[in-house]
Structures are given as structure tokens and as C-alpha cells.
Design a protein around this ligand. Structure first.
Ligand code: NAD
Length: 353
């Protein structure tokens, strides 16, 4: 029986190879005239291309985006935007650069245009994260949702295969948890299942040939769908665990998501049967958690959390932090089972409920 409330946030999406070239037109469509381009130091070259495409509408480049958006960076970027009289910002990059754009928008309401070059999905969400004194504070605010998103598959072609794989699996995690969200709805579930299908197929092909443009486009299409799901419905145990592991032990964000997801799904499989059926169907496998575990192996994801810097002696503390202030979850979160889940994710052993 259906029982849901459906609200969605509006943003403009322009999808297509070469769509970055439309940037000047999109700035005008927003009613802006001076766009500050944001990027990481590593993506300066791409930002220079955007700035050149903007011509007289470019207010310059701020290339100080960093992982987890340190507050000092956000302040510097805000001041810089003010000093060059920017009336919009163009964030070209992954979740870290788009996160910097969101941190600017949070204080100044500057409209953001995002040009994502990974598959993490931040561009479709009103969720921001800012790190202050080692603690990452996250929140939701409609102001930070990018007004326009240009999805240009040619840009992600340069994303190394290992980063492509984990960022795509990060997006799959949004969709997977969206399928059993407390506030889920049929439209988001359609997007989630299609997003998992597109990304898992696209990633298999990118692994075979990193320059495969059709596969890159398929991944980006999946990223859009999965990011939209993250922006519209609540997340559960998996995201809580990854948040804990990233925040407390400074583990790399996307890799952590990729490793933990099969284990979190196995944990929830007993309480979210329909979601598991849809995830399995999207992956073309018999069982969601096991199928994802096998997909990880095929795509060369690190086997366990021990391979990305977590010590076995940290597992008890990780369990305690994850148990404190837990997110809603379809299966009640219970310490002994959660500790066992973490052990398996650390070892990289096969997931089980
Ligand atoms: P990232 O933005 O941290 O990028 C990783 C590195 O890859 C950077 O050095 C970047 O410059 C480089 N890179 C990006 N695209 C490239 C390309 N096409 N070619 C070459 N190099 C490229 O990685 P991410 O996984 O996209 O983002 C992770 C961050 O995003 C985390 O902090 C996470 O919390 C956040 N995130 C936020 C949301 C949200 O809704 N707020 C959603 C997902 C992720």
C-alpha cells in the first residue's frame, strides 16, 4: 500500500558531452554577470578553460578547494568572492569543490553553478559540510543547492579509474539507502534503481576502458539520479557508519563508502526485503549485498577497512561512536551485531546479516 509525501527541490540540469561550453549562457540565464570559478589546485587547468569560456563574465579563479571544506578555506573563498564582486560561483570538480561552493552560498546566498567531474552526487543536494577544529558539521539548507548543474561526460574522462570506481560506488550507496528510506517515495525509488543500474554498468565498462565516452556518460547519468535521491530522502546506517569512520578516523570518503556498503546492506537485508530485490535487479545479481561485494572485487576496490588505514584496535571505538546518536534504520541498530559488521568490513570478509 502506498503512503508517502513527495516534495522535491528545483534545479536546472543540462546534460551532454561538451555542455561545459554553455557556461557563459548559463551564467546569463541565472541573471548573473561576474562568475568566480572554484577548483582544487589539481584541477586548475580545467578551471582556466571555464574562465576563458566565461570571457568578460569571469571574475577570476579561486583554486583553494580542499577535502572536507575547512572553515578557514570557506572564509578565504567568501572574502575573495566579495573582493572581486562576484555575483555567482562556478564550481568545477568533485564533492570537495562543490562543497566549497555550498559553504560560500550558506553565508552569502551566492548562486552556484556546478560542473561535476566525479560521480559523488553533491551537486544535486542541499546538504553542506564544513570542518572546524577537526569536527565536520553537516546540515541542510535550500540556499546551498546549486541552481544549475552542467553534466559533461568529457570532463570525467580524465578521472583515474580507481577514483571513478569509488566515487561511483559512493553514489550507489545514496541510491541503495534511498530505497529503504523512512521518507522514501515511488519516484525516488525509480530514480534509485535506475541510478544503480546505470552506474554499475557504466563502472564495469570504465574499468575495461577508461576512455569509453558512452560508459562515462552512463556513469554521470547514474550519478545525477543517485545524487537526486540523496538530496530528497533520508539516509540510514550505512551513511552513519561512513560519517563516523571518515570523521573520527579520517578515512578517505569514497573508499570507505565502497567498502562498507555490502556489509551495511547485509545488515539491513532482513528488514528491507523489497529494497534488496530492487538493488539486486539493478545489479543483475541474485542478492544485493553479495552482488555488490563481488562487484567491488571485480572493480578492484580495496578489500577491507584495514587496507585504507583503520587499525583493528579502533573498531570498538568506531562501534561506540556509530551507536551514539544513530540515524533511523530499517533494522534496529544493536551493538553486538554492529561490532561484527565492522569486523567483517575491516577484514574484507564476505558480508552476512
Ligand atoms: P573530491 O572532490 O575530494 O576529489 C578528489 C580528487 O580528485 C581531488 O583532488 C580532485 O581535484 C580530483 N578530481 C576530481 N575530478 C577529477 C577529474 N575529472 N580528473 C582528475 N582529477 C579529478 O572527491 P569526491 O569523491 O567527488 O568528493 C568527496 C567529498 O564530497 C567528501 O568530502 C564528501 O563528504 C562530499 N560529498 C558531499 C555530498 C553532499 O551531498 N553534500 C555528497 C557526496 C559527497
Amino acid at each position: 500500500m502506498y503512503d508517502f509525501t513527495y516534495t522535491t527541490s528545483a534545479s536546472r540540469v543540462v546534460f551532454g558531452a561538451g555542455s561545459m561550453k554553455l557556461i557563459q549562457q548559463e551564467v546569463e540565464t541565472l541573471g548573473a554577470r561576474r562568475a568566480l570559478v572554484l577548483c582544487t589546485p589539481e584541477q586548475r587547468e580545467q578551471a582556466e578553460i571555464v574562465s576563458a569560456l566565461l570571457g568578460p563574465s569571469s571574475a577570476g579563479i579561486f583554486d583553494g578547494a580542499q577535502m572536507h571544506v575547512p572553515i578557514e578555506n570557506a572564509r578565504r573563498a567568501r572574502e575573495y568572492a566579495k573582493s572581486v564582486d562576484a555575483d555567482c560561483a562556478v564550481a568545477i570538480g568533485g564533492g570537495s569543490t562543490i562543497g566549497l561552493g555550498k559553504a560560500i552560498a550558506l553565508e552569502s546566498s551566492l548562486p552556484i553553478i556546478a560542473i561535476p567531474t566525479t560521480y559523488a552526487g553533491s551537486e544535486m543536494t542541499p546538504i553542506y559540510g564544513i570542518t572546524e577544529k577537526g569536527l565536520k558539521r553537516t546540515g541542510r539548507d535550500a540556499k546551498v543547492l546549486p541552481k544549475t548543474v552542467l553534466y559533461d561526460a568529457e570532463l570525467s574522462a580524465g578521472l583515474p579509474v580507481d577514483l571513478s570506481v569509488v566515487s561511483g560506488l559512493n553514489a550507489i550507496a545514496h541510491a541503495a539507502e534511498g530505497l529503504y528510506a523512512k521518507d522514501g517515495n515511488p519516484v525516488m525509488s525509480l530514480m534509485a534503481e535506475e541510478g544503480i543500474r546505470a552506474l554499475s554498468n557504466g563502472l564495469r565498462d570504465v574499468k575495461k576502458s577508461s576512455a569509453d565516452r558512452k560508459a562515462r556518460s552512463e556513469c554521470l547519468y547514474g550519478a545525477w539520479l543517485c545524487g537526486t535521491v540523496l538530496g530528497n530522502v533520508g539516509m540510514a546506517l550505512h551513511h552513519k557508519l561512513c560519517h563516523t569512520l571518515g570523521g573520527t578516523f579520517n578515512l578517505p570518503h569514497a573508499q570507505t563508502h565502497a567498502i562498507v556498503l555490502p556489509h551495511a546492506l547485509a545488515y539491513n537485508s532482513v528488514a528491507a526485503g523489497e529494497a534488496m530485490t530492487r538493488i539486486a535487479r539493478a545489479l543483475s545479481v541474485d542478492a544485493a549485498a553479495d552482488g555488490l561485494y563481488e562487484l567491488n572485487r571485480k572493480l578492484g576496490v580495496p578489500g577491507g577497512l584495514r587496507e585504507i588505514g583503520l587499525r583493528e584496535t579502533d573498531l570498538d571505538h568506531a562501534c561506540e561512536v556509530a551507536m551514539s546518536n544513530p540515524y533511523w534504520n530499517p533494522r534496529p541498530v544493536e551493538a553486538v551485531s554492529l561490532r561484527a559488521l565492522l569486523q567483517r568490513a575491516w577484514e574484507g570478509s564476505r558480508p552476512c546479516p
